[in-house]
Design a protein around this ligand. Structure first.
Ligand code: ATP
Ligand code: MG
Length: 393
């Protein structure tokens, strides 16, 4: 099948990566009548376990990529650290691929990502690229205190060290193995938000409303979405910034753009994720079209319709910390955490990813809360959080 043709239900779609994002992509694709293939080396991967086919191999395994190309009309990815070369290899075999390797490779590298923000005219934190000892000594004082981030392979706050002085910076770079890094100025944040856009091959773009996000220990904890969760001006700026960033990449697929709102009210872009995002999980229950359905639609060249938030929504991440140590995760419903209490609250929607082992900081699932008003949604979200032992917000 040509890469540009519309791919209709009945065809087979592939996803590189078998985590929870892949699992929810598989659910959406299957609901629409597609067959699915997951490429992930882990036999217990959350997506692999629910997919029609699971190719258990490394993302760079040429034989596995050939197998994927033979099975699939189109392939997408669920995480940005998939080798861009694998996406290129699939595209060469005339398998439809979105997002394109070129877009993913920008998101994989913080230095290129920031250069792209600058090129699109969307402000980001003042930063410097750090690859050599000369660059280390030339770092300008106004970037301190700052955060040193590895240019590649960071997630959930991993690969980041906060630094106050030049001595800290030098020690931090050594600690990170002197790999290429970006030093970002530490900004006074008022709050964090994100926007998810979906862009088609023909350049049509739709977006979800702006999500307000609370992070704890570098990991997303709570997302809240309803009219008025942010000032109208900030929301509008975030949406136009996200659209500009997607258009500048000639992006095809679902893209999340994370922003900081500073204490003076200004908006600064943080980073992009070339895939559905944790801050968009509320769309599964709060919107008439989810971010995963839009991923399927963009991949298949199907029409995009603007998604509508039909209910004020909260999303609570369920991290492994909520499980008592050594409790079986696949046990009966009355095994902790107390799902039966949470599910007794109106408008709660439980999503678990089928992971076998709960570890601190590991994303095990999420709880969506929908209600008629933002106040009701917040009230239920706070009650659910209290039941689960999640700190109030
Ligand atoms: P993920 O990919 O899971 O979103 P990450 O590891 O890529 O996370 P970042 O998004 O870069 O990490 O940073 C994690 C968190 O650290 C941010 O959400 C924010 O709370 C804080 N942070 C990052 N950069 C800055 C900055 N320049 N100033 C102040 N706080 C920051
Ligand atoms: Mg982030």
């Amino acid at each position: 099948m040509s890469a540009a043709a519309v791919i209709l239900p009945g065809a087979t779609l592939g996803v590189l990566g078998g985590g929870q994002l892949g699992r929810m992509f598989v659910h959406a694709a299957q609901q629409m009548g597609y067959f699915t293939v997951v490429l992930d080396p882990d036999p217990q991967s959350p997506a692999g376990r629910v997919s029609h086919h699971h190719v258990q191999a490394d993302y760079e395994d040429p034989h596995a990529l050939q197998q994927l190309a033979a099975l699939c009309a189109a392939v997408t990815t669920e995480f940005e650290n998939v080798p861009a070369a694998s996406l290129s290899a699939l595209a060469l075999q005339s398998t439809g691929v979105s997002p394109a390797a070129a877009s993913v490779s920008v998101a994989q590298d913080r230095a290129r990502e920031k250069a792209h923000f600058v090129a699109c005219g969307v402000p980001c934190a003042p930063y410097a690229v750090l690859e050599t000892a000369e660059q280390l000594s030339a770092i300008q004082a106004h970037l301190l205190p700052g955060i040193l981030k590895t240019a590649r392979l960071g997630y959930d706050g991993k690969g980041q060290i906060r630094v106050k002085t030049r001595e800290d910076l030098s020690a931090a770079w050594t600690q990170l193995g002197q790999v290429p890094c970006v030093l970002e100025k530490m900004l006074p944040l008022a709050l964090e938000c994100s926007v998810i856009v979906a862009r088609s091959r023909s350049g049509q773009v739709v977006n979800f409303p702006v999500q307000r996000n609370l992070h704890r220990d570098g990991i997303l904890a709570v997302t809240e979405v309803y009219e008025g969760n942010l000032s109208a001006q900030t929301a509008q700026q975030a949406v136009s910034g996200a659209r500009a960033i997607a258009a500048g990449l000639d992006y095809v697929g679902v893209l999340c753009v994370e922003f900081f709102v500073l204490q003076d009210g200004s908006l600064v872009v943080n980073e992009i994720a070339p895939r559905p995002h944790n801050s968009g999980h509320y769309t599964l229950d709060g919107c008439d079209v989810s971010q995963f359905e839009l991923q399927v639609r963009t991949l298949c060249g199907l029409p995009l319709t603007p998604p509508r938030l039909h209910s004020p929504s909260f999303m609570l991440n369920l991290l492994g910390d909520l499980w008592p140590i050594h409790a079986p995760t696949a046990g009966p419903l009355n095994a902790a955490p107390p799902w039966e209490k949470v599910l007794a609250l109106p408008g709660t929607h439980l999503h678990l990813y089928g992971k076998q082992e709960a570890k601190p900081g590991r994303k095990m699932g999420h709880l969506n809360i929908t209600a008629k008003t933002p106040e009701e949604a917040r009230q239920v979200a706070l009650e659910a959080a209290a039941c689960l032992g999640i700190p109030a917000f």
